[in-house]
Each structure stands twice: as structure tokens, then as C-alpha cells.
Design a binder for this molecule. Sequence first.
Ligand code: SF4
Ligand code: SF4
Ligand code: SF4
Ligand code: FES
Length: 953
Amino acid sequence: MAVSNDIDFGTPEVHSDVLVTLEIDGSPVTVPAGTSVMRASQLAGVSVPKLCATDNLKSFGSCRLCVVEIAGRRGFPASCTTPAEAGMVVKTQSTKLADLRRGVMELYISDHPLDCLTCAANGDCELQDMAGVVGLREVRYGYEGKGHLESIKDTSNPYFTFDPSKCIVCSRCVRACEEVQGTFALTIDGRGFDSVISPGQHESFMASECVSCGACVQACPTATLQEKSTIDHGQADHSVITTCAYCGVGCSFRAEMKGDQVVRMVPNKDGHANHGHSCVKGRFAWGYATHADRITKPMIREQITDPWREVSWSEAFSYAADRIKGIQATYGRGSVGAISSSRCTNEETYLMQKIVRAAFGNNNIDTCARVCHSPTGFGLKQTLGESAGTQDFDSVAQSDVIFVIGANPTDGHPVFASHMKRRLREGARLIVADPRTIDLVRMPHVEADYHLKLRPGTNVALVTALAHVIVTEGLVNEAYVQAHCEMPSFEQWRTFVALPEHSPEATEAITGVPADVMRGAARLYATGGNGAIYYGLGVTEHSQGSTTVIGIANLAMATGNLGREGVGVNPLRGQNNVQGACDMGSFPHELPGYRHVLDAGTRGLFEQAWNVTLDPEPGLRIPNMFDAAMAGQFKALYCEGEDIAQSDPDTQHVTAALQSMECIIVQDLFLNETAKFAHVFLPGSSFLEKDGTFTNAERRISRVRKVMAPLGGLADWQITMQFANALGHPMHYDHPSEIMAEIAQLTPTFSGVSYARLDELGSIQWPCNAEHPDGTPTMHVGQLVRGKGRFFPTEYVATLERVNGRFPLILTTGRILSHYNVGAQTRRTANVGWHEEDRLEIHPHDAEERGVTDGDWVGITSRAGETTLRALVTERVQPGVVYTTFHHPESGANVITTDNSDWATNCPEFKVTAVQVLPVFGSSEWQQRFGVFHEAQHKLLNDRVPAAPAKNT
Ligand code: SF4
Ligand code: SF4
Ligand code: SF4
Ligand code: FES
């Protein structure tokens, strides 16, 4: 039994101002010109049988099941490939049509196993449905077919199977891979009845180019491509719409459930961010939620060398509260603080900053957004007036020039990347600025016009050189600037960037990008039509991250690429709720809605609502917390959903700071690296176990809906609420919708947001208020939020992290498609099959110079520390640059990164670390210590003392 009520219109929606009216089975219907007869029929409420057509793919016309009669036309045209025309008279049912359709079905069924009763798709199979629809009663050609019945099943992909014996060669999978995903991993081999679907060059799915997005599985009308989870568990009995908890794309999914067990996650066709597409993480990598490593009982211990003791929730809360209060009594109110995570819902994040400000009585709240996109908030606020991206994802379909800088969308934001690739295949031009040859530079049917393969750490010089070309070659959109920007700031900026020292020729020695390439890219961006900039952590995680964000905003203002579809400045947020984490006031200087704690008026609003007096002094940022801990002034930390011991730079400094504290309270799913230093463990809940909202990179607020009870008994918002009560600050909410109501009451950009409106609209992009009751897809329309945009000169200041004889290479870091950040979730899924370890990418020249060959162990040493990884010799990186991911804790990628940070926001300079790389034979000293500590902590966990059952609440 299928649990989806989605109507499949057979062919995609067409947009046209011209409408045509036709008659279908006696009823008139009016559709945009270009709409297929099949879609028009469905809009008229008439379903035409079909197999090769589905409404997210272009029509193909291969199965001939959808034939219709059209008055005045000869033959029986396929309704999926025939455009509706004014005055057409269409018949979808007749004796002749019924015969034709039965004939088609007979051919299909003659080569199809008749094991419907035991097939995993039984009840969710379009072939089965169509056999019923056409009234198939016999198969005159026998059931032996062409021998496809003997075909061997491919089970290589961990999440889905490919059973060629069930394939009807409708090519929906091939087209889904091309049109929806843009990977081109599948082909049809052979002709006619001999045709077969083949991944890659007759490879298995796992060995092919397939990225396991699931689009082909979704498109397949039979059980040929089938989720293994459905094979294991059977069809779902109900479904719930929710939002992926991995990346900032924020894909909407239908969690298909059997009782409280997830059978599969199906991308939601009505999802505004993903339109029915997904990537391997959201679609398949959800098994971590019920992994055996989940800790589901609260635990406490005096010392981190003690075994854990399971306790009741009430004992855990009172223990934690007593320790916080005791530490504050001894060391002062400012000696405690909290770190929230961009993985938390908006409601949880809001409560985290509230517990700190209202119950701890200080502003020592920070978020992991500090270590990724804090420069975005700063840079965009300064220039444009709002700390968020300017567009929705759909805007890219109107872009003529796409400029991707410091982002790797095919790995980091894969569903948006598919959207972007579709636009590029349609002809949009592409500029990529990245030290590595990321996939987007050259992939099937996509090739960058310009790849600015710059040296890590030189973004500001590059962006300023691009501005130089725009200014000195007369490419400024003077009318836009006059109308929308502060002219004195523009004149100052224009004079600054026009200086000869900022020309591409003068700066190519800094950036390593040939001057003519920079000039070409600048001209293309400025003159190529709608220019849209997409950027990521390759922009922000630098000592001049904020300056580059400002430089990017300068470029957009100077060229008038703001305030309409197809343009804009678009930060690709890393985690699912980076935007929300920032919006909800989890920075130490800002209350929700980016309002400074120094502002007495704003403070007054919250003081009245919370019935407390708020500290007017900004609190400690994450690095300041560590420094204060090392200085003996910061003694307790409450950390929800964030693994600072793995994700933050200079691991040894972080762990030393953690060790110096007297009380660390971790609220999480697993014993992560930070929890190994904890004294209180509060078992958190996965996104499947709670209600709330996430805000994606487009400022889109989407509902997270509970599909199963929290394994630990409490959802995260309840944990923070009860902890606040134990601390003596009364908090009471019966449901997260009440927290959202409080947010809306206190935050002008959220004043129109409520769960009722979210249910009604599906999702809402803030600002959502009286002026924009349905939200705001495009910002800065008419005028910039700031009023007049402000330009700032962007002086390039080389990072202190210089290469020299001792550390001659630059290490830069990033992530890959199959894993997510610290990997705590994805490492507990079959995604490890794609990436079992972090490897060090090194250019063949640098490898040869060091006698390193592919797969060798190498030691990577920086001023901060040393670790070892296996080498991956590749020309993706340029000479002088090495690269690694940081998904496995034992890799110690952040043992090497330093504590340098952005001048304005302290965002760590993850992307530039001077290192030496040399062959080694054993693990580093840090890795050996890590191994011993890891073993010891797991033993203490395994030896935990169980709670007395009666005391558990
Ligand atoms: S695998 Fe499925 S979608 Fe692909 S051709 Fe076969 S039946 Fe069609
Ligand atoms: S899973 Fe995605 S990438 Fe792989 S073959 Fe299917 S559509 Fe293509
Ligand atoms: S693109 Fe991001 S939000 Fe969408 S399914 Fe993948 S990880 Fe989840
Ligand atoms: S659905 Fe029209 S030809 Fe297959």
C-alpha cells in the first residue's frame, strides 16, 4: 500500500502566458501552451495510463501506453509527447485504445517475473497498477521473455538493489540521473528487446559514477531499483513530512513509517528547497538514529576518570544545576557558559541562549556558526543590512552567470548543486574560484568558463582584483549604485580598487591566478546578464573571512546584481540550521533577530518577557571560553549537539581547555569526542524524535516533525527547559509551537511565523511579518535592507600563517558528499563504504619530491601539532597545497589547524595551515594518546553503573 497521495501529472509543469483550451473526454480544460495532453488530462481529472512518463522528467514517449485519440489526427499519438493545442478534442478511452494498451502490457509482462505477491514493491508498483488499469487478463506471448529473467541482481549499493529481471527499460532511471541529479551514471545498452540498463561501463552501481542520490530509485516504476529498507521491512503504513537534519539545503522528506520504524525517507515533491530530489545523506543515511551506540539514559560522574553512573532525569538535572550554581558561587557569574549547535532546531537554540542569559545570568552563549559562517553575518550586515543570503534556491534558474567561490556544492550542498547544474546545462556560464579542481570545474555537460585556482588565503586579493577590472573597465552599473548605495562609500571604494596595485597583473603573484583569467572572469560576471554569487566556508574560514564577504557584497552592489531573481549573494550554509542558529541569538553579543545586547530597548523586551534582568555586557566567544578556561576563569560548559573537541581548530588547545574545567555537560546522541571530557551526559534526541523548525540557507523555515518517541524519553527542548527549572529559572512550554510563538512575539523578522502558518504554506522564508505575510523569497527588492548599501575598501592582509622552509605547504580542508562534518552520524551508517578514512590529497610533484606514493602513510606537521594520514596523490590540488577532510576523529585534522581566526568574528582560519608532509611509518604521538584515551573512555562507558529502575523518571 503506497502511503503517498502525490498525483503524478506525467510531464513537468510548463510556464507560459499563452493559455490554450481543449476538450478531454468531453470536458474543457485550459492549460499553458506547451503542456502535454497527458498533463492536461490529469488536470482535467482524467488519468491516462503511463509507464515511461513521470512529472519530474521530460517526456520520452517509449512505452506507448499513454496513446489517445485526437479528432482530425491519424493514428494514436502518445499523450505524453503531444502538446495540447487550442480546440483539440481528445479521447482517452475507447475500445481500440484499450486493445492497444493491453497489447503493450502483454509485451512487458511476457518478460517480467510474476512474483508480485513476494515482491518488495507489491502495492507500490506502477507496472502492477497499469496491468490492472488496462484490464490485462492474459499474455499471449508466454512468460519466458528474452532471458532477462535470469539477470543477476546488483546489490553492491548499500541502500538499494538493482534487479534487471524486473526492468521494463522505460529509461526513467537514466533520465532521472541526467535531468534531476546531473550525474549521467546510467546508460541503456543494446537495442529493442535486448536493451538493458547499465551503470557506468558495465560496472556495479558501487563501482560506477553513481553518487547514490536515489533519484533513479524514486523514478523507477517497478521493483527494479528498490530500497533495501523496503525489502527488509515491507511497505509503510503512514508517513510524516519532515526536514533533513544534515546540510543547509534543508530538503523536505516524507518519512514513511511502519509503526515507529522508518521504512524509508522519500524526498517530498512539494518541498520548496528540493522539489522531490535528495542526496545520499538525507535519503539513506538516517540509520544512525537507532544505532546501538545511542546513549539513552542520563549519566553523571565526578571526574572524567570515573565510570559513568546512569541516573534519573531529575537527578541529572539537579546534579548539573548544583554544579553550575556551585561554580558560579566560587568563581563568579561569568565562569559558566554554553555552546549550542547548528544541528539544533530553532526552538532548541532559542532555549539555549535563553537558559544562558536568563538562568546563568550572563551572555556566554556561542554557537558552532562561529566556526563557519560568522563572517557572513558580519559582512552582509555591514554592506547590505541583513545577515543572510539574498535569494531562494529556485532563483538560480534565472541566473546567466554563476560565480561559485570557496564552495563545493556537489559535495557540500548536493541537491542545490543538481539544481545549479541543470541551469548550467541550459547554458548559464560558470566561474569557479577554488584552490582545488572541484567537480563543478569539469563534469558531464558542465564546464567552468573560468577556474580561478587561487592560493589558499588570497580571496581578498582576488575579489579586489575583480573589482579593479569592473571599475577600471567601466563595467560598474552606475544607475544601480546611484539609486541604491551610499555614494561617498562607493567613491572611496572605487578609488581604492582602481589603484594599480589591485590590478590582476599586480596581484597575480599573490593569488597565483593568471591576470587574463581574472580579467575574463570579472568581465563575464559584470556583463553576462544576471550574475549570482554562491560562496561557502572557503570564503569565511580565513583570517580575512569577513573582508571577503564584504568584497563579494561590493561586487554585487557595483554590478547591480541584487534585488531580483537570478542574482544575489548567497552563502551556502554548512549545517542544517546555521542560519537559524544565528537568527536565534546564539552569539554572545546578539539577542534573537541580530539585536545587540547593549541595546537597552531590546534588552527591555526580553527582560519583560522572561521576567529577569539581563547582563548588558557581551559574553565570551568560543575561543575566548577556551582561553578563559586555560586561565582558570571559565569553569563550566553546557554543550548541546556540538563536538568541539573534534570540530574546532587546534584540538590540543581545545582538549586542554576542556580538561581544565570542573563541569562539562554534554547533551548529545553519542559519546562524542567532547563527551569524553564530560561530567554530565544528557541523552539528546535525533531529528526523528522531536518537533521543531530548521532554517536553511535560503532563510526558509521548515517544520521538523516527530515520527518516533525520543529514545531517552525527553526531546532536546524539554531537556533544556527542565534544566532551566532545576537552575531556578521557571520555563514552561507544552510544545515547541509555544516556543516559536515566543520567538515571533519578540523577533520582528519572525512576527508572522507560527506552526499554523508553516502547516499552511509548507515553509516560510523570513522576514515574515505584516509587510511580508507569506515570507520573502528575494531580499533587497526595491531598496536594500540597510536603506543604502555601503561599500568598504578591502585591503588584502596576508595571513600570519606563512609557508617557510619548515612548513612549505598549505593545508586546506573540506568535506565530501557521503559524510557530514565530524561524521558522528554518517560514520554510523553505510556511508562509510564511500569514505572509510580521511586521506591527504597531495599533488604529484610534491609527492614525488618527498618520495610519497599513493596510499603511503604521511606525517603532517604544523605549528600546532602533528598527525598522520594516508596520501592520495592527485592533480585536483595544485602544487604547494594539500587537502584533507575531517570526518574521522582519529585523523586529527584539527590537531594541525591553528588558532588563527577572522579579524572581525574569530571564525577560525581552517582553510590555511602551513605544514610539512613527510613519509612516516607509524601514527603520531597525538594519535597514540587519542587511541589510549578513546579506549579508556569507552571502557568507562561500558562499565557504567546502571540506574536503579524505580528512580528513573
Ligand atoms: S530500472 Fe526501473 S526506471 Fe530504469 S529502465 Fe528499468 S524499470 Fe525503468
Ligand atoms: S542513485 Fe543517483 S547518481 Fe546513482 S544512478 Fe541513481 S540517479 Fe544516478
Ligand atoms: S542536500 Fe542536504 S538537506 Fe538535502 S538530503 Fe542532502 S544532506 Fe539533506
Ligand atoms: S507514458 Fe507516454 S509513451 Fe510512455
